[in-house]
Design a protein around this ligand. Structure first.
Ligand code: NAD
Length: 350
């Protein structure tokens, strides 16, 4: 089975979970052993067919190191779930641009190594799919890497909330270059947005009239610091729009990230409040909290998205690939209901 050759932009916590996940699941072959994965096999590919062939970061504790070592270097705090054998892929220094915000500058130690020639590294490694795992506030850097993907002939997966797949001009540029593009803002496997939308839909389907609802997250880790500094408003807009679309009428909806608590480390606390009325105006309230670990929450969806993008490459699809965007991302070019997203993705991979 030919492998999917992937380049990672940003060797942070998500990258750590992704690489550990490839090794962790590589030892299994029977579908029933793949506990924790939504799709053990997708488009004929299992996780061990995903190969990371290039990586870029700016932190001196990661640059120049083998990926197997760099993913466990501070400030990464994603849990270690498996030993990772030497991957023979060195982390390259990328240009910093707006990669770090005010607070994350105090956490990341920027390497003085010269910037590498990104397009050359990608071409030499035969990378087919670039995954953008930069901090959410890295708008210019995300655009810079999208340019490099275009120049190197790579498909682009935008896990960050920066508008790339949902920006018609970027979608056109990838279409013109005959390359697939998916994004924006990866959906978590057991994410607060999906859970919130599912609860609201269940209640609305049963005749409940939702008056008001909010869902707020508190997290640890560098990404939460960066969100506080630079992308809280953008994330709130994306999440609120996505959640509001699951209610078939207008209601008061707020969804977003609120704060950073360092001792939570890679954990995320998600708070939900829903208030509405049902039969003869009887009131109902839901007030709940759930806790997840952040980085592993990206793994299963990223595995699915990468394999679906390989399928898009095989099918010679170009520009924003809507069924993959709607299935795997909070801010696809076109926001559709969960059922439509699931149905279209199932058709796409069938
Ligand atoms: N479950 C999840 O963790 C999840 C879900 C959805 C979306 N995302 C998105 O994924 C992205 C990554 O999240 P994370 O938790 O891994 O973040 P992180 O802060 O742990 O990692 C970001 C990495 O990017 C590096 N970096 C910064 N500027 C750079 C540059 N110019 N060039 C190369 N590398 C650079 C940093 O040194 C760091 O290693 C974020 O945008 C986040 O919003 C994550």
């Amino acid at each position: 089975m030919p492998k999917v050759k992937v380049a990672l932009i940003g060797v942070g916590n998500c990258a750590s979970a992704f690489i550990q996940g490839i090794q962790y699941y590589s030892k299994f072959s029977k579908p029933q052993d793949f506990v924790g994965l939504r799709n053990p096999i997708l488009a004929g590919l299992s996780p061990k067919e995903i190969e990371v062939v290039a990586a870029f970061d700016v932190d001196e504790r990661k640059v120049g190191k083998d990926l197997s070592e760099a993913i466990f270097a501070l400030p990464n705090i994603a849990p270690k779930v498996t030993n990772v054998t030497t991957l023979n892929v060195k982390v390259n220094k990328g240009p910093l641009l707006d990669g770090l915000g005010k607070s994350s500058k105090a956490i990341v130690q920027v390497s003085t190594t010269a910037d590498s020639n990104v397009v050359k590294v990608l071409k030499d490694a035969n990378a087919e799919v670039m995954i953008n795992l930069l901090p959410s506030g890295a708008t210019q850097a995300s655009q810079f890497y999208a340019e490099q993907a275009l120049a190197a002939g790579c498909a682009f997966v935008n896990a960050t909330p920066n508008f790339i797949a949902s920006d018609a001009s970027w979608a056109k540029r990838f279409a013109d270059a005959k390359l697939p593009l998916v994004g924006d803002d990866l959906i978590d496997q057991v994410g607060s947005t999906s859970l919130h939308k599912t609860l609201l839909k269940l209640l609305s389907d049963n005749g409940v009239r939702i008056d008001e609802t909010y869902q707020l997250d508190v997290g640890g880790g560098t990404e939460s610091v960066d969100t506080m500094d630079r992308s809280r408003d953008a994330k709130r807009a994306i999440k609120t729009e996505s959640v509001a679309a699951s209610i078939p009428y207008k209601a008061e909806v707020v969804a977003g990230s609120t704060d950073y608590v360092d001792f939570l480390q890679n954990k995320r606390d998600s708070y939900f409040w829903i208030s509405g009325v049902y039969f003869c105006n009887a009131p109902m309230k839901i007030d709940l909290k759930f806790q997840t670990v952040d980085a592993p929450n990206a793994g299963s969806v990223l595995f699915d998205v990468v394999r679906a993008v390989k399928l898009a490459l095989n099918k010679k699809l170009t520009g924003a690939v809507e069924p993959v965007c709607a299935y795997g991302f909070k801010r696809p070019p076109q926001i559709v209901s969960l059922e439509v997203a699931e149905r279209e993705f199932a058709k796409f991979i069938a």
